[in-house]
Design a protein around this ligand. Structure first.
Ligand code: MOS
Length: 735
């Protein structure tokens, strides 16, 4: 059988769903209008620790259009806990306890959104307030048993003794703040009950896990829950879990016997929908005079909530990026009065790379060595902790191509040595990496007698371009023009696929799609060569191919017929199938990661301490790139988030009340166009035969990894001031 391998870097195909989105035809969760829809609005706590003393909903219940008010006193009893460690424990009006700011304490249902929101302001809640724990020094520090099922500690040799014995060493504390995901689309859920069955439109990164969560909370069989999410306006991790508001929407729908929409208001996004936890990281590196690392110590302390555990895995990157005889990587937690933190934009790797790659820059200065040369000196040819080879690694090429495009050789090494008029110029770099994940996934196909094909799976397009890339894989594999293939996603009626998180959906569902399309192709060809009315009758199937919707003899393309003609003649019904795929034992044999190199150039005002981005260049090798256009957009998005992390993003709690003070997009700053300099991402070609059937590593998260360190390193180069506490705001540079 001759099947074209997918190209190393696929065509830059424009989003197949782009037109639908820009014309308003794409329905996001809150856009659906089931008949009889009513609207719920959450009343959130104004304290972070204590309990509800009283709730007076009388005025709210008298307000125009109000249908119901749910509180912990009248809400149905449900199970907000879970045995799945990926689920977050939920506060869904089951008790009077308040454990974080903006915890749901009541829910108002009314005939319009505006009336529900208005009436919510009339619900009077009084509290018994206790002082909140908001700082690391207030809580007990403990070591978690595991990080998402993996060890929390890694020890090789005597890392402390090796540090003392190293002639050149750096040892410093790096801190990163609480950040909130803030996708463009705030969380939203529409829930409706039909008989005992629950149907939900939910803004989520994964309908499969969402269905399981709804079923678990309400004690329903999986088949009695349907979750749909056709379009998602960004997730970045916050939509990777099902949170309290989604459950509350379903609870309210049951209580009022009508479909209920619950859409969150932007400031409510600082409530219980997760965030990136603050970290305090010690990184100590010891090296010989030639720059060879002898030891690496990476100790992370991060926050979790009083009632659940999430571990920010900052040290994991240090176990695999550079080799050293001795290593000590630890993770600790402390419980604070905030909601439970969660996965956010390369969780672990983002925060960890800031510390490690800043420390590597500090070491390069201590050694008087070029930062790229130091990294090349410590290039890991195999995974230093797992002691297995990498399935592929093109980090050298990333350094080279990134440095070339960036103009690294123009950099003069000494801090404060480059200027543009009165401004200080700095150039910095950092390594980047992200693990290649894959979960089992299935893809369903339907090849229709009109020559078109429909594929289906539960996977969700969270804005990444998944609709487009999966359509491309199906079309290229099947030999159909792309406009004759449609992919339907985000519905639990379709074959299962994992959450669009951990940069895994393309590797998982892309593999399933490739296998499903190959299956359909094989069946079509078998049908043709076995059909005595086909011009291909009797040919060896291996000598037949499908090109542009025609099944043809590979050597004589004029001999053949269209897929439509073949199917029309053979019963006129669609050819359907479902193909399951799952990772094998490859992760035991190979360490699988994407790699990259980040470069940043900044311009610093020496008097005002303001940092302006001049240029960001990233070079990434992530295996096979399905779509050069959407892949580049993913990288640029990650790098942009890196700028946010380095210079802008922080959620600031008031230590007296535990309330976030800047809970809006006016004061929580994310990068806008005016913040950006020149930005580009280089797609480094890489062939990986081991990772999965399509050879694709994830691209969703690697773009942010190392970006903040590259910028902090550039700021040091510009100013001579080492910024170890993010974000790098002007006050820190002028003090
Ligand atoms: Mo991503 S933080 O794994 O949704």
């Amino acid at each position: 059988m001759t099947v074209q391998a997918l190209p190393a870097i696929g065509a830059p195909v424009t989003r197949v769903d782009g037109r639908l989105k820009v014309t308003g035809g794409a329905n996001y969760a809150a856009d659906w209008r089931p008949e009889g829809l009513v609207y719920a609005y959450q009343v959130l706590s104004t304290i972070a620790n204590g309990r509800i003393a009283s709730i007076d909903a009388a005025d709210a219940l008298r307000a125009d259009g109000v249908i119901a008010v749910l509180t912990h006193e009248n809400a149905p009893r449900v199970n907000g806990g879970s045995s799945n460690p990926n689920d977050r424990a939920l506060h869904v009006l089951q008790s009077d306890a308040v454990e974080y700011d903006r915890q749901p304490v009541a829910l108002v249902v009314a005939d319009t959104f505006a009336r529900a929101k208005d009436a919510a302001s009339m619900v009077r809640v009084t509290y018994v307030t206790a002082p909140p724990r908001t700082r690391f020094d207030q809580g007990e520090i403990y070591t978690p048993k595991a990080i998402h099922g993996e060890p929390a500690e890694y020890v090789r040799g005597d890392a402390v003794a090796a540090l003392h014995a190293s002639p050149v060493r750096v040892d410093a504390i790096y801190t990163t703040p609480v950040e909130h995901h803030n996708p463009m689309e705030p969380h939203a859920t529409i829930a409706m009950w039909e008989g005992g069955k629950l149907n939900v439109y939910d803004a989520t990164q994964g309908v499969l896990a969402a269905r399981a969560r709804f079923a678990g909370v309400f004690g329903l069989p999986l088949d009695d829950v349907q979750v749909i999410d056709s379009f998602t306006g960004g997730g970045f991790g916050t939509k990777g879990s099902t949170w309290a508001h989604s459950i509350l929407a379903a609870m309210a729908a049951k209580a009022v016997g009508r479909p209920v929409q619950l859409a969150m208001w932007r400031p409510q996004m600082w409530g219980g929908v997760g965030f990136r936890p603050a970290t305090r990281q010690r990184v100590a590196l010891g090296a010989t005079h030639d720059g060879t690392l002898q030891t690496q110590i990476h100790e992370t302390t991060a926050q979790t909530s009083l009632f659940d555990e999430f571990v920010e895995s900052s040290g994991i990157i240090t176990t695999m990026l550079y080799p050293s005889a001795a290593l000590r990587v630890t993770h600790e937690l402390t419980r604070l009065n905030f909601g439970t933190p969660t996965y956010m934009r390369a969780p672990g790797e983002s925060t960890g790379s800031f510390a490690l790659e800043s420390a590597m820059d500090e070491l390069a200065y201590a050694l008087d060595m070029d930062p790229i040369a130091l990294r090349l000196k410590n290039y890991a040819d195999a995974d230093p902790t797992k002691n297995i080879p990498f399935s592929s690694k093109s980090l050298r090429e990333c350094y080279e191509r990134g440095a070339e495009a960036f103009g690294w050789k123009e950099r003069t090494p000494a801090p404060r040595s480059m200027r543009d008029g009165r401004y200080l110029i700095g150039m910095g770099m950092a390594s980047s990496t992200y693990p290649t994940n894959r979960s089992k996934a299935s893809s369903g196909y339907e090849i229709r007698p009109d020559g078109t094909a429909v594929f289906r799976a539960m996977g969700v397009d969270i804005g990444t371009g998944a609709y487009t890339t999966f359509t491309m894989i199906a079309a290229e594999t099947l030999g159909l023009p792309i406009d004759r293939v449609r992919y339907e996603l985000g519905n639990t009626d379709y074959p299962p696929a994992p959450v669009a998180g951990g940069s895994q959906l393309t590797a998982s569902l892309g593999s399933a799609t490739r296998m499903a399309a190959l299956d359909a192709r094989t069946r079509l060809i078998a049908l043709a060569v076995g059909d005595e009315h086909s011009p291909l009758h009797g040919l060896d199937p291996a000598s037949v191919t499908i090109v542009d919707g025609r099944i043809v003899a590979a050597t004589t393309p004029s001999r053949g017929e269209t897929v439509a003609a073949l199917l029309t003649r053979n019963g006129g019904t669609p050819l359907t199938g479902v193909v399951d795929s799952a990772p094998g034992a490859e992760k035991d044999e190979y360490s699988m990661h994407a790699f990259g190199a980040q470069f940043a150039m900044v311009r610093v005002d020496p008097d005002l301490g303001t940092v302006r981005m001049v240029k960001q260049i990233g070079a990434f090798a992530s295996g096979r790139i399905i779509n050069a256009k959407t892949a580049r957009s993913q990288y640029l998005g990650g790098m942009t988030f890196g700028l946010g992390m380095a210079l802008l993003e922080i959620s600031r709690p008031d230590d007296r009340t535990g309330r976030f003070m800047n809970a809006n997009l006016g004061e929580y700053l994310v990068p806008v166009h005016a913040d950006m300099g020149t930005i580009d991402a280089i797609l480094v070609e890489e062939d990986d035969p081991h990772v999965n059937p399509i050879g694709a590593k994830g691209i969703g998260e690697i773009g942010i990894v190392g970006a903040a360190a590259a910028i902090a390193n550039a700021v040091y180069h510009a100013t001579g001031k080492r910024m170890r506490d993010l974000p790098i705001t002007p006050d820190k540079l002028v003090s």
